[in-house]
Design a protein around this ligand. Structure first.
Ligand code: 4GX
Length: 226
């Protein structure tokens, strides 16, 4: 899969979470081709401005439609496949497992990261396929949300998790939270491990894990409870 990122802060994508572990390996193995582009390179005026005051007044600045459109056209022309364009914004639909899986089916994504108070609505109306939010809280720019989306989507690219692991076995594939986990030592400062896990009785262990998952989901995430 190819992902192009459009941002005013390309440095945010250098030597970060996308350069370690599973995502690093996916990139090295050619499963993820991540390309980051600086929106400011498409500013044309003397001051290379990418934003301006909002029509009608109001707080803060708005990203310009012309600069964003030129940046996106430039990026779209870099490959044969047309990218499915995602704009990260608190106004978008909230990212969840089913949307991650859907986005992972696209051969190419373009992620637009906003800064300032927002972007000109004409860019959203004419150039964006999907508005996505990573949750109901405000972060400073779309860069962290884009990284969250890239990480979550890449895990669904076939081969990215290695030979054994499957995204189907992870939490949310079946809508339940995970059971608690323990490892050696079996006792530490008097803190013990549930007896059943040390019993070697596999049927009881599986029953316990299932119960723990149901109980946790009911207590912590009643919205997910089946
Ligand atoms: N999930 N933000 C984008 C700038 C902005 C403001 C208004 C468009 C309209 C966020 C989130 C998020 C903060 C990123 C505002 N862009 N993005 N930024 N939560 O909080 O995606």
């Amino acid at each position: 899969m190819r992902i192009d990122v459009l941002t005013l802060f390309p440095a945010a994508f250098e030597s970060g979470p996308l350069d370690v572990s599973i995502i690093k390996r996916a990139r090295e193995d050619g499963l993820l081709d991540l390309q980051v582009h600086d929106i400011r390179e498409h500013a044309t005026d003397r001051h290379r401005s990418v934003d301006d005051y909002p029509f009608g007044g109001g707080q803060g600045m708005v990203m310009r439609v012309d600069v964003l459109d030129r940046a996106l056209q430039h990026v779209q022309a870099l490959a044969d496949e047309t990218a499915y364009v995602v704009f990260l914004t608190p106004q978008g639909e909230v990212l969840h497992d089913s949307l991650v899986r859907e986005l992972a089916t696209h051969p190419r994504l373009a992620l637009v990261c906003g800064r300032y108070e927002g972007v000109d609505q004409r860019f959203v109306d004419h150039c964006v396929d999907r508005e996505v939010s990573i949750g109901d809280y405000i972060v400073t720019g779309g860069e962290l949300p884009a990284m969250v989306l890239i990480d979550a989507v890449t895990r669904h690219v076939p081969g990215a998790l290695g030979d054994e692991a499957s995204p189907e076995e992870e939490s949310f594939a079946d809508g339940l939270l995970e059971h608690p986990q323990y490892t050696r030592p079996a006792e530490y400062r008097g803190w013990t491990v549930p007896d059943v896990l040390l019993s070697g009785h596999h049927a009881n262990i599986e029953k316990w894990k299932r119960e723990q998952r149901l109980e946790r989901t009911r207590e912590r995430r009643p919205d997910l409870f089946p």
